[in-house]
Design a protein around this ligand. Structure first.
Ligand code: SF4
Length: 297
């Protein structure tokens, strides 16, 4: 009786994916030739939790104005917060500015290329460090965002989706091709999740993968419950309204000027303002008015 060999774990055919990426990738400005590691890093900061369409114009204006870490470092905090515009989560702008200061002062104005050093920089976590090492320097490292996690959950593990796990990096590292196509494979995996294998309605008819465990299992229902993030009425919205007032004024404003930005719930407005002060995005002048960080003198 012939031996029954254990079934090989499902993998992803890197050739299929890389060939698809060659013609299907979106033409994004930070992917074009000549874009520096710093400019790629800026795009990664901006793309955290913000869609490509909103990032693109802000990124283009940003790198035109501040093409290097030292140029960004030389800008004032308030200028940086203004240029961040309505990208949201403005703490990212502050951290990006701090990151620019460290790179220009301690790394010769050159973005470090290794993950360990990148992880020491302000605002850079596990995802961004590996994304910069991979996309700017071609490092063979696993890059795991929600899109990648979802594609791997479906194609490899036969699950509809997957919550973040400490095993994610090892899981994706095991899929990386051993040759020089590894960085392209990483970019392609992310692109597939962003454009084809989307969370709500995967377009399997356009998928380049000939093998997908979730598809071949008949699309079993998922168990991961995703909360839909509300924006209207949240403290985030109120913080944004208060920052809008400060961005529109080049000199400090009174409390009354801020108060009219959110009349719905004064307690919520106070809480939002306190949090902006604690985050260092807003400062108070000696006479009690309010300004963007760096403009309160
Ligand atoms: S076949 Fe469908 S579910 Fe599977 S990876 Fe492709 S798009 Fe995603």
């Amino acid at each position: 009786m012939p031996d029954i060999l254990p079934e090989a774990p499902m993998s992803i055919d890197s050739g299929e994916l890389v060939r698809w990426y060659a013609h299907a990738q979106r033409d994004l400005p930070w992917r074009r030739p000549g874009v520096s590691a710093w400019q790629i890093l800026v795009s990664e900061f901006m793309l955290q939790q913000t869609p490509v369409a909103r990032v693109e114009p802000i990124w283009l204006a940003w790198i035109d104005r501040w093409p290097t870490p030292s140029a960004t470092a030389a800008a004032g905090s308030a200028e940086v917060l203004r240029a961040w515009g309505k990208l949201g989560y403005p703490r990212r702008a502050k951290r990006l500015h701090e990151c620019a200061v460290v790179i220009s002062a301690e790394h010769g104005d050159v973005v470090p290329s290794d993950v360990e050093t990148l992880l020491t920089l302000p605002g850079i976590g596990a995802y961004t460090a590996r994304a910069v090492a991979c996309f700017a320097y071609g490092a063979r490292v696993p890059v795991v965002d929600t899109n990648v996690r979802r594609v791997v959950a479906r194609a490899v593990h036969g699950r509809a989706d997957s919550a973040a796990s400490v095993r994610d990096l090892d899981d994706v590292a095991a899929l990386l091709p051993a040759d020089a196509t590894a960085p392209t494979f990483s970019a392609a995996l992310m692109e597939l999740g962003a454009t084809v294998c989307t969370a709500r309605a995967p377009r399997c008819g356009l998928c380049p993968l000939s093998r997908c465990q979730w598809r071949s299992s008949g699309y079993p229902a998922g168990t991961v419950v995703r909360r839909v993030q509300r924006y209207a009425g949240t403290d985030r919205q109120v913080r944004g309204k208060l920052l809008d007032v400060l961005r529109d004024n080049s000199s400090p404003v009174t409390r009354a000027q801020l108060d009219v930005a959110w009349l719905t719930d004064p307690a919520q407005r106070d809480r939002a303002l306190d949090s902006l002060l604690v985050d260092g995005l807003v400062e108070q002048t000696a006479d009690g008015r309010f300004a963007l960080a760096g403009e309160g003198d």
